[in-house]
Design a protein around this ligand. Structure first.
Ligand code: SAH
Length: 234
């Protein structure tokens, strides 16, 4: 089948990866219901997409029986796939402004590619940056399996964003810098949204909205992400 270069991830393709038992659609649905009850998932739009993407595809097979628990799991190279509840909170916040439709998004910290897959299903174009080449390659393979045609992968230090592709409607980071990298703010369009953890001990999740003359900051709770490291890994 010819793949449309701009194609978002589709339901019919995801269904081909339905598992059984602990990786079954029923287990995934239970997790989604739990995230809705908790308030992490607020809209049916994001809930439907999280209910569609097979998270077990992005998890180390040794842990696939835990794919539909609300926990972070190892993905190799001392990194982790994020908690589903955190993915839900960040995605909901990013998409919650009707006046700022998120068509073009920058992701920092591709990791397993799970959040990337969710963005592929919700946005027109996803640019994703990872500093560990092996993780980027593996994520790329998964996204190809799901026939995501609207994602571009970069192996680079995400501190700098992707100035050549800016401005973005939204930026999301799963790696935590000590302070806000101002380069990222500059790559947001006016009205654009940035969601990312900042700090280490303690670490908080923040949302930022770029207005014409100021940056609005919203605290979104305590989280536990890996640090944003400098440079590309060898
Ligand atoms: N959303 C991903 C999260 C992976 S953990 C998932 O759910 O799988 C965060 C990722 O950020 C790690 O893969 C780590 O290697 C990456 N990272 C850390 N510092 C980075 C940097 N400066 N630039 C790009 N990626 C970075």
């Amino acid at each position: 089948m010819q793949q449309n270069p701009d194609q978002r991830i589709q339901f019919e393709i995801c269904r081909q990866y339905d598992g059984v038992g602990m990786t079954s659609p029923r287990k995934r649905q239970k997790l989604i219901t739990q995230l809705q009850a908790q308030g992490a998932l607020k809209t049916t739009k994001v809930a439907d997409v999280m209910n569609m993407i097979p998270r077990h595809l992005f998890v180390d097979p040794a842990f696939s029986h835990r794919s539909y628990e609300d926990c972070a799991l190892p993905i190799g190279h001392e990194q982790t796939i994020s908690h589903p509840s955190t993915v839900a909170i960040m995605t909901e916040w990013l998409l919650s402004d009707a006046n700022n439709p998120v068509r073009k998004v920058l992701e920092i910290g591709t990791g397993s590619g799970y959040q990337t897959a969710i963005l592929s299903a919700l946005c027109d174009k996803v640019y994703t940056v990872e500093r560990i080449p092996d993780l980027s390659r593996q994520a790329q393979e998964k996204l190809q399996q799901l026939q995501a045609g609207n994602v571009e992968f970069f192996t680079a230090d995400g501190h700098w964003g992707l100035p050549g592709y800016a401005p973005f409607d939204a930026i999301i980071s799963a790696a935590s810098p000590e302070t806000l990298p101002y380069e990222l703010v500059e790559q947001l369009k006016i009205g654009g949204r940035l969601v990312m953890p900042i700090g280490s001990h303690p670490q908080h999740l923040y949302g930022f909205i770029r207005h014409q003359d100021r940056l609005e900051q919203v605290a979104l709770g305590d989280v536990s992400f890996v640090p944003m490291r400098k440079g590309v890994a060898q």
